[in-house]
Design a protein around this ligand. Sequence first.
Ligand code: HEC
Length: 329
Amino acid sequence: MRHFFAAYLLLVPSLLAQLSASERCGKEIYMRGVGGSGKEIVALLDNGQTRVPATLTPCGSCHGADGRGKPEGGVVPPDITWDALTKPYGVYRTNGRSHAPYTESTFKRAFTMGTDPSGNKLDTVMPRFQLSYEDAACLVAFMKKLGHLADPGITDESIRIGVLLGPSDTLIRTTLAQYFDKFNRDGGVYGRTVELVFHDREGATRLAQWLNRASVFALIGNDLTGAESDVAPVLNDAETPSIWASAAEPDLRQPLKPYVFYVRVASRPAHTDADSLTAARILTAGLQRAGRSLTRQSFVEALESMYKVDFGGVEVTFGPNRRVGVSQR
Ligand code: HEC
């Protein structure tokens, strides 16, 4: 009985986080441009004059992992979360155009033929996609989930943050616990408190397994003791944002791993609580900037927007192509 109960408790969070098979397939199409049937999806650009694999221009690369659009270049991709597209009173776009609420079939027409429900032609920046009937259905299934999916570790009341430390980092552990305790007593961030999960720093394989189970929104840690090039890909694949107080050899290989941030490069690992506190302050400032509708993506973008921000005498700048916060002299 006891065993059954323990297993049940473990299952609940993972079941909630799970997508159905067709939603998962839709997510692959949306995020990576990879079709479920194994058939290539084609994206037509420039009024159909250029054909490229959709893997080069997946939906998420313009509309964002959360569907709310990433302003980039001239035309701003609109919010395409299902709620936004199907508002009963129709949609008024910032470009002055309006259209009737979307349905499943007009939505499919938008990404295959480039028209909205009122027959307006969409700007040609928005590619037209050629994909199988099954893949289109998967994409629709996923779109209905998008915008309702909370990233791991977030509830209305709390944000769970993992703290990865070495076995002898007890002082750092106490300092961080006190810092977040005060942060929570001061009201937390947009009504949420930060809940810490301490975990021993360990090798890449075991870290991957832990990340799978732990359901943390993001991580902070003091350093990766030279194992950056093994561990950073794991963090990045798990799409878990992480901030490291220092790195001896930050993994800055191209393409840059968007989820992994380092405060500074230092030949000696960070073993002072001051360094770890800086990482913690950057984390809370990022949470503030990302706002109430926090997602991992909005958090990463919030970190990227930091330009010469002072954290207790440490000046930090990140950017889309910059993952080390303190410039090296
Ligand atoms: C290269 C960037 C880009 C990619 C990739 C892209 N879109 Fe778009 N999308 C846009 C832009 C820009 C617009 C706005 C067009 C306009 O205003 O006429 C748009 C418009 C839309 C609209 C119409 C929204 C409305 O309010 O009428 C839908 C629906 C849409 N995209 C869905 C998708 C889907 C689904 C995919 C992937 C299969 C996708 N888009 C891929 C840039 C993109």
